[in-house]
Write a protein that binds this ligand. Structure first.
Ligand SMILES: [Mn+2]
Length: 333
């Protein structure tokens, strides 16, 4: 359920003296962009506070071009957290997505600034806006409420966040408000073609090779409205790539006419598998992922399954078949 307002977050920031912004790792475009924008806007949003961004891991290399990216810090599992009175958790539906970081900030008030439908309602201060496409939009709204001026670094960070979560303004979560916010970002100096080059035309040879491998291995359900691909750790080794080279792969099968659900299984070094899920029109992948302890949005979700890979793929796709059969609309819809 939606709860809280931009003003609730702003007031908490104004009342604080030492703020830490964080999100679960691996970070994505929305979490990186939202954290960076809050850093760039810190003097305007929280004039009495120091603001740092601290995560469990470094951001993906892809975001290395964003101004200020070097300011994202890492708290290792054995590191001591700095004194902090406000922890702002961005773009995170459930504190359990972290390994350890929130437990190091037990004395801090916690702000839950998120847009996931599956948000658990954790924290002391909330603004959970599940109708907004990205936490980047939420940060833009907070800046607007505060009367803050967006400089180009902040605008680029927010643009990266919004572009990532809306699939470049293509998913159903793209609203008129999304585009109005994007317009203010262009007014602040964002150049769309430069952002597009950095975010989508900067792939590695390994990433193209893995895409080719994935396409050669794609499997379908009998109704041909679901597709899935499994990538092993040995595939990554052979291609000389890493998990970030798989970033956009789950979207590739969605290019097929009539495709409703796409799943990408990524084997982890410990034998489990991370599963990314996408849907087009009627299947709720967040609800499906919740059955495996995952979550997300209706059209984009994620979960982790125990492995071994082949068995997990068989079990999950069989369950998917059953759930799709229960909810598939009559032909012609
Ligand atoms: Mn998001």
């Amino acid at each position: 359920m939606a709860m809280g307002t931009p003003n609730d977050v702003l007031q908490a920031m104004r009342d604080a003296t030492a703020i830490v912004v964080s999100s679960q790792s691996p970070l994505d475009g929305d979490s990186v962009g939202s954290e960076l924008a809050l850093l760039h806007l810190a003097s305007q949003l929280a004039p009495n506070a120091t603001v740092r961004a601290i995560n469990e891991a470094a951001p993906p290399r892809l975001y290395g071009f964003l101004p200020g990216i070097e300011r994202l810090e890492i708290l290792g599992p054995n590191d001591e957290a700095p004194p902090t009175d406000l922890l702002i958790v961005v773009d995170c539906g459930d504190l359990d997505r972290f390994d350890y970081l929130p437990s190091r900030f037990r004395d801090a008030r916690v702000v839950n600034l998120d847009h996931h439908q599956s948000n658990t309602g954790f924290g002391d201060v909330h603004w959970v806006a599940e109708t907004l496409a990205s936490t980047g939009e939420q940060v833009a709204r907070i800046a607007e409420v505060a009367g803050a001026t967006l400089d180009r670094p902040a605008a680029e960070a927010l643009y990266a966040a919004i572009v990532f979560d809306t699939g470049r303004f293509a998913y159903s979560n793209t609203s008129a408000e999304t585009l109005r916010i994007a317009a203010t970002l262009l007014d602040a100096g964002v150049r769309p073609e430069a952002m597009y080059r950095e975010l989508f035309r900067s792939r590695s040879p390994a990433s193209l090779q893995l895409t080719g491998l994935a396409l050669s291995r794609i499997r379908y359900n009998d109704a041909r409205d679901a597709a899935w691909v499994a990538i092993r750790t040995t595939d990554l080794e052979e291609a000389g790539g890493g998990y970030e080279d798989l970033e956009d792969l789950v979207n590739v099968p969605m290019a097929l006419r009539g495709m409703e659900v796409s799943l990408l299984f990524k084997e982890l070094p410990d034998g489990r598998a991370k599963v990314s899920l996408r849907s087009d029109r009627w299947f709720d992948v967040a609800a499906f992922a919740r059955g495996y302890g995952g979550g997300g949005h209706v059209r984009a979700a994620g979960m982790t399954v125990p492995g071994p890979l082949d068995r997990s793929v068989d079990e999950v796709t069989a369950a998917l078949d059953r759930q799709m059969a229960d909810t598939r609309p009559a032909a012609g819809r």
